[in-house]
Design a protein around this ligand. Structure first.
Ligand code: ADP
Ligand code: MG
Length: 620
């Protein structure tokens, strides 16, 4: 275009676009989800800005999305009245600055060739090149003139001032549809998809569509003389529906008393509202079906087949009123644990149905930041800055209540699993419920452990969710309650051992005596377990005891024999201590072993051998 400035895409973005435009991936339709979600984001932004400055809406007060097809030119347009983009935004957001997710997404795609998750990596816009070979993005932001960004995914894009019709405010995407994606120009297809992907968008979405309407038109049934005039008039009126007209006429002829009017079908074009933009979370849980919950989750997760393991939907009343609909995903988000401190929470905060933010870290503790969902508060003030909101005391209350509710739900899943294990013949429903916690633990067990370290207030609740392997059957994961229910009568402590693997631990000399006495020992094999155990010292009034430390308490019967042995070996011990010197704290006779002659133990106050191993590996 005239006066356009040319830019080259950032290298990774370029690679991504190249893959998308040449993709034979069958599930191309997801581009629409991404573009609609971008439009909705932009609308959320202008609505938020308008809270503190009414003038922001200007002469474009309707917040909406409109989708239209131009068949002749093979163009699909999507227009929103959102915040729009300045020239600088267009350059930055659509090309020159790579989002952190770009390379992560490329990597993921190499593994699975699955484009569906593109939105989760923050590069959803580019999915438009699944169906287009050329795209124009015309945008008008309140702070700038109207600009057009254009690219045919050939490594370059251009930005120039747009001299076309003024948008007022917002963004218009002109999508030049590829030969192999023509189905996305079909009205029925678009209707189906827009409905599917816009079901939970909180702004009206219109599709320009045709409708067949029946119309009553006067029919000429006067005597022959007038016939010619009448026929002419009819034709001029309604050329398209000739066939229909003929059919009607035949019917008319059969009737003796023909009516003065007749019905004809006519095609009219109009904007069709495709969603009723209801806020699912405002409804009572008893009015929401399983399917609606599942579909809402898909919309939140920006994925067609992502499922939730559980959801929590409640309304809090009292001083701080809010509603929350939260989901525990079936799978951990891509970077949740690999980038624990960089991972952003994804709860959306609304205040009285107005979207405020989706990265309020004050809303949810880090270890639960894998939750997806919506919190809608009635108590928080609307027209204040983000900073004021972030510091608002209600947030603390909301956070506390959310955590409680989520942990309650997880506890329910955990109990369902334990109950099913006790039940010899669980039915299908029970089995399904029972499996949920196992899946959850596999994906998010680490998060629960991190919670134990980070959230002292909820530590006991979190400890209830722990699953461990033990010497009884290392194949099985059991809860601490299971362990306690199997403790021997004279057993005072909960024994555990930490090490690199279950196999190592099974061979441990520290186990000998405990096993011989019939005690069960918990095996901890993850590095994080050592840290967890420094925070959990007891459970259900029973103290945890590291079996590799020197303060393991065994039953009374061993005491007498021990005293005798101590006398007997006094000289040997003195000699030995002298020999080893400062390398050890002390040398003593103990009843800790069954068959091995000697072991090196850590003092109750020292780091375990395993902890030393972990520290060493971290120092490297
Ligand atoms: P994400 O939506 O996760 O940020 P996208 O690749 O979908 O990633 O979009 C990139 C950015 O482009 C958005 O963050 C937004 O700033 C901008 N953008 C895209 N579409 C629109 C739009 N319709 N209106 C305003 N800005 C948009
Ligand atoms: Mg997006």
């Amino acid at each position: 275009k005239e006066g356009a400035e040319k830019f080259t895409f950032q290298a990774e973005v370029n690679r991504l676009m190249d893959i998308l435009i040449h993709s034979l991936y069958s599930n191309k339709e997801i581009f629409l989800r991404e573009l609609i979600s971008n439009a909705a984001d932009a609308l959320d932004k202008i609505r938020f800005l308008s809270l503190t400055d009414k003038d922001q809406l200007g002469d474009t007060p309707d917040l909406e999305i409109r989708v239209k097809v131009d068949h002749d030119n093979r163009i699909l347009t999507i227009r929103d009245t959102g915040v729009g983009m300045t020239r600088e935004d267009l350059v930055k957001n659509l090309g020159t600055i790579a989002k952190s997710g770009t390379s992560a997404f490329l990597e993921q795609m190499q593994k699975s060739n699955d484009i569906n998750l593109i939105g989760q990596f923050g590069v959803g816009f580019y999915s438009v090149y699944l169906v287009a070979d050329y795209v124009e993005v015309i945008s008008k932001h309140n702070d700038d003139k109207q600009w057009v960004w254009e690219s045919s995914a050939d490594g370059n894009f251009a930005v120039s001032e747009d001299k076309g019709d003024s948008l007022g405010r917002g963004t218009l995407l002109k999508i030049h549809v590829k030969e192999d994606a023509m189905e996305y120009l079909e009205e029925a297809k678009l209707k189906e998809l827009v409905a599917k992907y816009s079901e939970f968008i909180n702004f009206p979405i219109y599709l320009y569509s045709s409708k067949e309407v029946e119309k009553e038109v006067p029919v000429d049934d006067e005597p022959e003389e007038d016939a010619e005039e009448g026929t002419d008039a009819d034709k001029g009126d309604d050329e398209e529906s000739d066939d229909v007209e003929d059919a009607d006429e035949e019917e008319d002829e059969e009737e003796e008393d023909a009516p003065k009017t007749k019905k004809v079908k006519e095609t009219v074009w109009d904007w069709d509202l495709l969603n009723d933009n209801k806020a699912l979370w405002l409804r009572s849980p008893s009015d929401v079906s399983h399917e609606e919950y599942a579909n809402f989750y898909k919309a939140l997760a920006k994925s067609d087949y992502e499922k939730a393991a559980a959801h929590v939907h409640f309304r809090a009343e009292g001083d701080v009123e809010f509603r929350a609909l939260l989901y525990v995903p079936e799978r951990a988000p891509p970077n949740f644990l690999s980038d624990y401190y960089g991972h952003k929470p994804s709860l959306k905060l609304y205040v009285r149905r107005v979207f405020i933010s989706d990265d309020f870290e004050e809303l949810i503790p880090r270890y639960l930041s894998f939750l997806k969902g919506i919190v809608d508060s009635d108590t928080l003030p609307l027209s204040v800055s983000r900073e004021t909101l972030q510091a608002h005391s209600s947030l603390k209350v909301i956070k506390k209540k959310i955590v409680r509710k989520v942990l309650d739900t997880l506890k329910r899943l955990s109990d369902a699993e334990r109950d099913a294990a006790k039940n010899d013949s669980p039915d299908e429903e029970e089995k399904k419920e029972a499996e949920k916690f196992g899946t959850f633990w596999k994906e998010f067990g680490r998060a629960i452990k991190l919670g134990i370290i980070e959230d002292s207030a909820n530590r006991p609740r979190l400890a209830k969710l722990l699953r461990v392997r033990t010497s009884a059957d290392p194949e099985k994961l059991v809860s601490l309650d299971d362990y306690i229910s199997r403790m021997k009568e004279d057993q005072k402590q909960i024994f555990y051992l930490t090490g690199a693997s279950v196999e190592d631990l099974q061979k441990s000399v520290f186990l000998e005596k405990l096993i011989q006495k019939g005690y069960e020992v918990i095996f901890f094999t993850e590095p994080i377990d050592e840290y967890v155990m420094t925070h959990v010292t007891e459970y259900d009034d029973k103290k945890f005891q590291d079996a590799s430390k020197d303060d393991v308490k065994l039953g009374k019967d061993d005491k007498k024999g021990l005293k005798k042995l101590k006398e007997e070996f006094k000289d040997v011990l003195a000699w030995w201590k002298e020999l080893l010197g400062a390398a050890v704290g002390q040398v003593k006779v103990s009843n800790r072993l069954a068959t091995s002659p000697a072991i090196v133990l850590t003092s109750k106050y020292g780091w375990s051998a395993n902890m030393e191993r972990i520290m060493k590996s971290q120092a490297l």
